[in-house]
Design a protein around this ligand. Sequence first.
Ligand SMILES: O=P(O)(O)OC[C@@H](O)[C@@H](O)c1c[nH]c2ccccc12
Length: 260
Amino acid sequence: MNILDKIVADKHKEVGLKKSIIPISQLEKSVLFSRQTVSLSNALRNSDSGIIAEHKRRSPSKSEINQSLNVQDVARGYEDAGVCGMSVLTDGKYFGGSLDDLLLARAAVQMPLLRKEFIINEYQILEARAHGADVILLIAAILSKEEIKTFSELAKSLGLDVLLEVHNEAELHKSIMPSLDMLGVNNRNLKTFEVSLETSKSLSSLIPDEFVKVSESGISSVEAIKDLKPYGYKGFLIGENFMKTDNPGENAKKFIKQLS
Ligand SMILES: O=P(O)(O)OC[C@@H](O)[C@@H](O)c1c[nH]c2ccccc12
């Protein structure tokens, strides 16, 4: 079994019981989800740098990245650096994150927040909204076309932006639909951990213009971004490169300065 299958199998155990979703009335929605969301896709469209910075303590590919930082300090640092949004890992077992991290980040900053999670049912989308997320990630490699449609339409009805992640052409063809806002190309193969920016380059022309294009993973230099921009990418998701330092915010700030 590859690591992605393992993560998804564990995720089913973790959230399987929450599967049956109780219909929520408009009134309940207005109370539960009273905070206005902010759009990451709009922020990226209007930005020159397009950086989405991630909070990630560890990962299956790298194990330890940084266990000693306070998520609120990281969030404030990123916001101060002028990033467009922040991605917060909420998976506990493989990435050392939690929904509390998302709530804490929400309490600290105003910028768009992405719940970085292996979403396999609707409940996790309500959870994301109720914990202050503005955006959810949907991973094409672990979802059927029907699931992508149902989940993205639910997210839109809750005021969330949707970032759909693909790694190859087949996943992209399966996924293109109007209820998505951003198409993310993951440069890392989640099954083998191999990273190549060529993935972003080769898939870019297949992504219709109405979607904001995001290049994800393995970006560690300003040159990489300059290299990817001509392919139409407006967003760049960076985790490790910032998180492996003692001060991710300061490093994001320097990075963005070098870009302009
Ligand atoms: O740390 P990196 O190489 O900069 O990558 C960040 C982000 O793209 C990566 O964490 C990621 C992309 N898609 C995911 C899906 C699940 C978990 C993590 C991810």
